[in-house]
Design a protein. Sequence first.
Lengths: 203, 203
Amino acid sequence: MTKPKAAKPDARAKLLDAAFNVIRAKGYCATSVDDLCRAAGVTKGAFFHHFKSKEDLGVAAADCWAEMTGIFFATAPYHDHEDPLERVLGYLDFRRTILQGEVREFTCLVGTMVQETYDTAPAIRDACEACISDHAAKIEADIAAALDHANLKPDWSAKSLALHSQAVLQGAFILAKAQGGAEIAVDSIDHLQRYIRLLFNRL
Amino acid sequence: MTKPKAAKPDARAKLLDAAFNVIRAKGYCATSVDDLCRAAGVTKGAFFHHFKSKEDLGVAAADCWAEMTGIFFATAPYHDHEDPLERVLGYLDFRRTILQGEVREFTCLVGTMVQETYDTAPAIRDACEACISDHAAKIEADIAAALDHANLKPDWSAKSLALHSQAVLQGAFILAKAQGGAEIAVDSIDHLQRYIRLLFNRL
DNA sequence: AAAAATACCAACCGGTTGGTATGTTGTCAA
DNA sequence: TTGACAACATACCAACCGGTTGGTATTTTT
């Protein structure tokens, strides 16, 4: 017993963490099971002990990503604002500040995966869709509150603006990947914030 | 001579056309050379006669896509407007009207490819980046003209707004893939148009 | 008409793929 | 002590992958 082995299902967590990093860099399809095992430091036997297939890993990764980012954003400081509109703008401030490091480090796992799998792996697509929708729903709540607070009844819905904000972020990631830097993403968030301020006459 | 064979390199064009459709549906990596050959109705020998590798096909597909869409948008009716702002808004109207049919039919080839290859195939990434940049540059020209026409000197650049519009479109495609429909993309273009109208006080 | 280049094809190759079958080891309840 | 079971590891497989081969038919050049 030279090495005190961890009792907890260690390999599963390591594989999911590896999936986050490798898939965001190479994409879902180009990431082989061997790649994942190598990055996680486990064997193939461990992989197929915890996941019944590569697709199953994809679904689990999307679910785990949803949970992880859910906690990450729920505990972010922008929720402290009393004014709901400030929470929405603070959310976007926060998203801008996390655009650090390499492109593969700040881009979105589920946005990457759903583009490759939407037509071939419905289970992964659904898991990614749920992740995006759930996240958008949280922003929608603040937008709706901001509309209520400002006594506005516009011809667009809080939900559509929440989803639009996700589209802007996902699209900004694609351009960042194309250009090899976060600058375009920063600019795009600036534009989105300016749009929201204009909608609420808060300049 | 029962079949009058085309003198022109036929297989190459058929392979590129197949690439447009298959890659947009399955993604670049998941599309095998055999898939392409099957869809194009040619053999593998023909493939590697015209393209020295799969990556070379990817670059050629991006270049061909850039040329094709360049002509497509250059000949679209929205250029007829004398008012440059109307051309910008007309461009977005046009982009909305082409959101027809299956998701894989209206989404963007280079946006799909660059996400998978940005970290592993620089040649493909560069070709995709060039396609997006060139397209954005055309919209930038109309935005710049609109700013000039309205005598505006805002704290954002025409270029950043042009790139933002591409981010919105690319992001809308991702959400459309996740949700399996074009509705979100329509809504997102609505928001983008509303933003531009607000920027130019044209409501 | 000869020579050279182009366009294409069927068969094949070695390596990689996702996945499986069969151990081995540590943990814990009976 | 033992038996059951989870958590891995090792060895292996058939299918598929991108790419190569040697060849033929056609077109272009000389």
